[in-house]
Design a protein around this ligand. Structure first.
Ligand SMILES: [Zn+2]
Length: 502
């Protein structure tokens, strides 16, 4: 048996300032660069990524794997037409050159918007389907932040999605997609499918599976339905990625089963369970100054750090990672000993290296990429300046190499607020960058991170409290502030908080 494997991941925030060009997919950050063929197998094997899980499952089953290509770019605005066409074109060419195969196992994100194509994955799957024909089994592993579209459901035979946010189960999801493929090939039978879209957008902070309602849906309800319903082959809930202005933006459910009636009943039940919890998906958050006030109050006398999520500038959702609203609030509040990071500012990181460790200089920190934002001008001491990479820690990416170019730790004087600088746009997923620069995160009073939810995988065990701050950035926590133009009629921008009239 020969199975082709490929991956092409991008989560597109159509409101973000910077697009993803071809170079963005070629660069390594906290994941491998664009890779192909045998090099792809070597780079991905054993990693906490969907294709790694698929490879392990297929190898254990004695399948001959035909690796095509794999790439991922940090979430941002649209994938450029050039990048989409080059990558999907090469994928199709490699598929054609692969010769006879028994199936195709894909890793996609499910929320890709290209400059010229709103439904990136739907278009890619349609092109693949035209190339391979109707019969070849195709299965897909998606992020749970997928905005699943009718075209994606039509052209894939089986889709499975992450069940954890933070995404600690990427490899497991890839393994389930591979198992789904093997089952179709062995039974010579494609499952019936049912797809239901949900008519309200879920703020990404409200979809964390550390607490209800997402925890109930993903970690209790989905396994229970799979166990209890005879003939079910897989069931998924996509909480969606709300920062994409196109018709199919939003949550959805998908069910696969031996018969259409079983799939329909399972999808209807799951959709009803999600709709019933609508109000609970609304997260708690505070303006930056209020978040800092609350953090200082909680940190007073505490032996563990209070963690503040600078959620709207999360590079994992399309943020530039350099907005200064929360930094300014920390400095104005005199939050001595607090740290914020990573602020993506290659110019300031370069200055820190030129100034040298132990020396003091003037800096204009961050605030350079988002229209309307401005840098924080400050006198700061360079505590550390490094140019090497390090290894990620925590349940999500632990063990994977990270390289964000030049990094530095500044201490703003006289307030004593620390700033972690990095040179490549990347979400602060864990505490490793702070440790790399000589800090002991457990001993700090306040840690502000450029992340929405993923940081919780590593920080929750050490945190006294976690507070979500609303400071400038394109990853809006309140979707009513975004200028949507293309959503389906009737889609509510935020969960409705009282259920009357439904
Ligand atoms: Zn995600």
């Amino acid at each position: 048996m020969r199975i082709a494997v490929a991956g092409f991941q991008h989560e597109t925030n159509t409101f973000a300032p910077v697009k993803a060009d071809f170079a963005a997919f070629e660069a390594a950050k906290s994941y491998p660069p664009l890779c192909r063929g045998r090099d792809m197998l070597a780079r991905l094997r054993g990693k906490k990524l969907p294709t790694a899980g698929a490879i392990a499952t297929l190898e254990a089953a004695g399948v001959e794997i035909t690796p095509l290509l794999w790439c991922m770019a940090t979430p941002s605005a649209h994938v450029t037409e050039d990048a989409f066409e080059r990558i999907s074109g090469e994928l199709l060419l490699l598929l054609e050159q692969a010769g006879p195969i028994d199936g195709l196992c894909l890793e996609l994100h499910g929320a890709m918007v290209a400059e010229h194509v709103d439904d990136g994955e739907g278009e890619l799957l349609a092109r693949i389907r035209r190339k391979v024909g109707a019969r070849l089994p195709i299965t897909v592993a998606l992020d749970l932040h997928a905005n699943v579209t009718p075209a994606m459901v039509e052209h894939a035979d089986f889709i499975d999605m992450y069940r954890h946010y933070p995404h600690i189960d990427m490899a497991e999801t890839g393994a389930r997609a591979a198992m789904g493929l093997l089952r179709i090939i062995e039974t010579v039978r494609k499952p019936a499918k049912a797809f239901r879209q949900i008519d309200f957008l879920i703020p990404i902070n409200g979809g964390c599976t550390h607490f209800a309602p997402a925890k109930d849906v993903y970690l209790d309800l989905l396994p229970e339905m799979e166990r209890a319903i005879g003939g079910i082959r897989g069931i998924s809930f996509a909480s969606g990625f709300p920062h994409a202005d196109f018709a199919d933006c939003g949550p959805s459910v998908l069910a696969y089963a031996d018969s259409q009636s079983i799939a329909d009943a399972a999808a209807d039940r799951l959709a009803a369970e999600v709709r019933r919890r609508e109000a609970a998906f609304l997260p708690e958050f505070y303006p930056a100054d209020e978040a800092v006030r609350r953090a200082l109050a909680r940190a007073n006398g505490a032996s563990r750090p209070v963690v503040i999520a600078d959620t709207q500038d999360n590079p994992g959702g399309g943020g530039s990672g350099d907005t200064t609203g929360l930094l300014r609030a920390l400095v104005e509040a005199g939050a001595k000993g607090a740290v914020i990071g990573a602020i993506i500012d290659p110019e300031s990181a370069r200055t820190a290296h030129e100034v040298g460790e132990g020396n003091i200089a003037s800096f204009t920190i961050g605030g350079k990429r988002l229209p309307g934002d401005s840098p924080v001008s400050a006198t700061a001491r360079v505590c550390r300046a490094r140019s090497d990479g390090w290894t990620a820690v925590g349940a999500m990416k632990g063990g994977m190499p990270v390289d964000l170019g030049l990094t530095a730790l500044l201490e703003i004087e006289p307030q004593g607020v620390y700033v972690v600088l990095a040179s490549r746009v990347s979400q602060t997923l864990d505490s490793s960058i702070f440790r790399h620069l000589g800090l002991v995160p457990e001993n700090l009073p306040i840690i502000a991170v450029k992340s929405s939810v993923h940081f919780r995988a590593d920080f929750t065990p050490m945190a006294e409290a976690i507070i979500v701050a609303k400071a400038p950035g394109p990853v809006a926590i309140d979707h009513t502030e975004l200028p949507y133009r293309k959503l389906r009629p009737g889609v509510r921008l935020m969960p409705r908080t009282h259920q009357s009239g439904q």
